[in-house]
Design a protein around this ligand. Sequence first.
Ligand SMILES: [Zn+2]
Length: 316
Amino acid sequence: MTIQIDIFSGFFGAGKTTLIKKLIDEKVYSKKITLIENEFGEIPIDGAFLKKYNIEIKEIKAGCICCSTVIDFTNTLREIIKSKETERIIIEPSGVGKLSEIVKIVKKLEEDNDIHLNLVIAAVDVTMYEEFTELFSEFYGDQIINASTILLSRTQNVDDEELGKVVSKIREINETASIVTTPWDDLSGIELLGLSEADGQQIPRDEDLSVFDLEFDDHDHDDDDHNHDIFTSWGIETPKIFPVIKLKSIFESLKDEAVFGKVVRSKGKVQIDPVNWVEFDFVPNALEIRASEPDEIGRITVIGHDLNQAILDTVF
Ligand SMILES: [Zn+2]
């Protein structure tokens, strides 16, 4: 049986994990799946969730699967394929994984293994498009150019004009991908996947992949190494209580780039009073806080560019 491979890429905070959890939670995958997660200071899908759905997970933590841990990544893929215990592999690269490199690796393995690269998805936060394209085009542009389906997130937060602008800019750099603009909550997992799988034919050919190098990456196209170091992550485990109002004011203040550096993402789980806990998700244009199960200890992670870690230590 051919193993199907789906890649869910997306920059920090675009909603990759939310998307994968939605699909799994709505049981769109009937078959045994293995998830390969590559984190960059990101909080992984919780173990309880994976256990509930009997999902095998392989975490690659020591570096990026598109460069420094490419051998580890390839070997992990080979092992999963060889064990024949899984029928679908879901790859979740880190926010700064270069999609072009990951597609190349899978395509190479496709030559001598019974696998099929099925979906190449990029989740893109429509509210951050302009800013991130400008600041981080090396990773951001690469994901958009090389995806066969682009799932826009937070489209409910912008008006039609803004949405239209972003869609046409994406279209300029990726002519063929299908671009899904419906808010994710309004689509079932099956519909989302159906929209994506209809594009199975449009997975970029190898020639297309190199176009990116020429246009955007000329500073280092002789060298596959790229600079993930422009991003840092900061994290703590904390028993502290953060009332919601306090959390809101901290995240409001994190927008101050002169003080904190450029925060692109924060995620965590903390206690808000002696009995209640919340999970939060922060991207520069949105803070989502929702009630959660208690945990042993609070966890907070912040990802950004030029982060001022010492100041972060003092606010949390
Ligand atoms: Zn890399």
